[in-house]
Write a protein that binds this ligand. Sequence first.
Ligand code: UDP
Length: 245
Amino acid sequence: MARRTKIYEGTAKILYEGPEPGTIVQHFKDDTTAFNAEKKAVIEGKGVLNNRLSEFFMTGMTQVGIPNHFIKRLNMREQLIREVEIIPIEVVVRNWSAGSFAKRFKREEGERLPRSIVEYYYKSDELGDPLITEEHITAFGWAHPHDIDEILALALRINDFLTGLCLGIGLRLVDVQLEFGRLWENEQMRIVLADEISPDNCRLWDLETNEPMDKDRFRKDLGRVEEAYQEVARRLGILPESGPS
Ligand code: UDP
């Protein structure tokens, strides 16, 4: 394979320059980390599954008119995406109490929230992704107030779309973390969903048993991490061509 220019390497993904200007190749790795990289592991086959799962969710969103960066899947571990200017904010939509939210408000995990709650975190490993408000976002110039309105509206639409999709396969969407980017087309700017949608960045519980089917299996040492990701793919009717056994 011809040498490619690496743009960025994170824990779970590598970005390469794409074949056309304005495109990027997103490569999914098997590596995973938790608790700000204090805990690390390799989950055999995770990258293959997340590539397929993210393709599935992004394609579905395109079909219902939710703008996103996905163009097409290239192979088992890679997909072609549009180059966007990433907004340095992690948007978390929560439907049920879990994780850091349950701790912060001393609530049981699995408590239904009165409505979907949207939170913003500043993307900074050094600071440990602190919780922020719209005031920080606008004061520091990370996004304009009208961008925040757009992000909020998109985040709630994405949450509704994913919630419905998950219910159809017997899963509860407890929470989901989203990233957005600015896409420039003919001097026009649009905010689109970026990054990935997979069990790495959402909490999915089995509707009947409340068994986590996501990255919490790794965070909490519950075991059978890869099997859980595979089960999500199986229920959606998508399994990699020849993936992990
Ligand atoms: N999340 C993520 N990346 C992070 C932190 C959280 O994708 O760096 C996801 C996590 O999987 C969950 C949601 O965001 O679906 C809310 O996570 P929370 O704030 O509860 O943090 P956690 O306790 O999971 O670190």
